[in-house]
Design a protein around this ligand. Structure first.
Ligand SMILES: *Cc1c(COP(=O)(O)O)cnc(C)c1O
Length: 415
């Protein structure tokens, strides 16, 4: 095959129909990822629940897919709750995160039937006590803990980040008070503890350290609580990323939790995880059109018709990606080039160094594994229009977000 296919559709056909830049998601791949999580994340000793961390990629169509697969949902803002409401997502399956939920957001959540709150700090717990009373609504509260473990790719550090903006140190007075306030309140129930230790994690050892910490806290309680291990499962952006298979990873997490509980003679009600990136990341591809090509003394640039406005991660985290000229898959890769976007920032580079065939203006460039934190972090900088989003399922493609038009840029402006 000399042309890239997404699902069973040649990319040139997608580009003809929907233009570029374009976010394309392979639905079957997302469903496969979800199935792998479901297969592996099961226990005979406690309930298990998988929440999709929707900040990775949230649209109504995506939430419908998540719901159809029976997963719960993580949200972090009123806007994400609004989207879930519009997708008819069952609110009792939604968990509300965030370190500074506003009173208006909490009210909005309660009024829409959301019951699971992951509380970040003592002031939030106090507000939840008051608002649950006011609404006479029972709410389940997990406390987000800072377990002092910070994990990224192959390394993790213990006793890192005690001053992180997220969560509470279990031993702190603030945390102990938060627990007491919840236990003493009429309408709040302590559901358990949550921790999220990082992103792009490849080593199980960091998770195991986390589980060890969390399980250790349970012996202070008579009630049976739940534990939420967070997200952060690594994906393959480039060849240097070697993630463990999803099913195997989560099976190990369950097994280790079972062992840790058994050792201490403890039980939990439910074990939760919150994958985001690992469900959508590799299922997404961004298609661009190559425009001008330029040779500087030391570099050759292929410019594309998008950039940091549709994928901020290279500029924000020096993230790496792989790409291909999508209709020249069989051609010899002779050119060492930099793929740069069209925005007015020197940092607007999509890929620092790519080995590609000789390109001509009009060629389609496909950047792989852009499904997470691309669309959801997109912006209108330079008044760039947010690309369309298309879901491919086998031979069929459907538009799930239309491309912005110039008029959209003025929406909300008051003349
Ligand atoms: C971002 C986030 C996740 C998801 O992280 P991924 O790396 O996308 O899996 C899960 N839980 C919390 C609390 C988060 O902030």
């Amino acid at each position: 095959m000399s042309e890239l296919m997404i699902g069973e559709i040649p990319v040139s056909q997608l580009v003809k129909q929907y233009q570029t830049p374009l976010y394309v998601y392979d639905e079957k791949q997302m469903v496969e990822n979800i199935k792998a999580f479901k297969q592996g994340f099961q226990s005979d000793h406690f309930k298990t629940k998988i929440l999709y961390a929707s900040k990775a990629f949230q649209t109504v169509a995506m939430l419908k897919l998540i719901q159809s697969q029976g997963l719960g949902l993580d949200v972090v803002s009123g806007g994400e709750i609004y989207t879930a409401v519009c997708a008819d997502f069952p609110m009792e399956e939604v968990y509300f995160h965030g370190n500074n939920k506003t009173p208006a957001e909490i009210r909005y959540a309660i009024e829409n039937g959301l019951v699971h709150f992951v509380a970040d700090n003592l002031m939030e717990v106090e507000l939840l006590v008051a608002l649950s009373q006011e609404y006479q609504k029972e709410l389940q509260v997990m406390i987000r803990l800072n377990v002092g473990i910070e994990a990224h790719t192959h390394e993790y550090v213990v006793t890192a980040h005690i001053d992180s903006k997220f969560g509470l140190l279990y031993e702190s007075e603030e945390c102990q008070k938060a627990i007491q306030f919840i236990q003493g309140s009429e309408f709040l129930q302590l559901e358990g503890f949550h921790a999220h230790i990082g992103s792009q994690i490849f080593e199980l050892s960091a998770w195991i350290a986390e589980i060890h910490k969390l399980v250790g806290y349970l012996k202070d309680f008579d009630e049976v609580l739940s534990l939420n291990l967070g997200g952060g499962f690594g994906i393959r952006y480039t060849e240097s990323d070697q993630p463990l298979p999803i099913e195997e990873s989560v099976r190990e997490l369950v097994r280790f939790t079972e062992e840790a509980l058994k050792k201490q003679g403890l039980v939990i009600n439910e074990l939760l995880i919150e994958p985001g990136r690992s469900i959508v990341g590799e299922a997404g591809t961004t298609l661009y059109t190559v425009g001008f090509i330029k040779q500087t003394p030391n570099k050759k640039y292929y410019f594309v018709d998008g950039g940091m406005t549709d994928n901020i991660r290279p500029a924000l985290y020096q993230a790496s990606y792989q790409c291909d000229l999508a209709t020249k898959l069989r051609e010899k890769k002779t050119e060492k080039v930099t793929i740069a976007g069209k925005m007015c920032e020197s940092g607007d580079v999509v890929i620092q160094e790519a080995l590609l065939p000789i390109a001509e203006p009009g060629d389609i460039l496909a950047v792989y594994a852009t499904g997470a934190y691309g669309y959801s972090m997109s912006s209108n900088y330079n008044r760039a229009l947010t690309p369309a989003v298309v879901f491919v399922n086998g031979e069929t493609a459907r538009l799930v977000v239309r491309r912005q038009e110039y008029e959209d840029l003025l929406r909300g402006e008051v003349q």
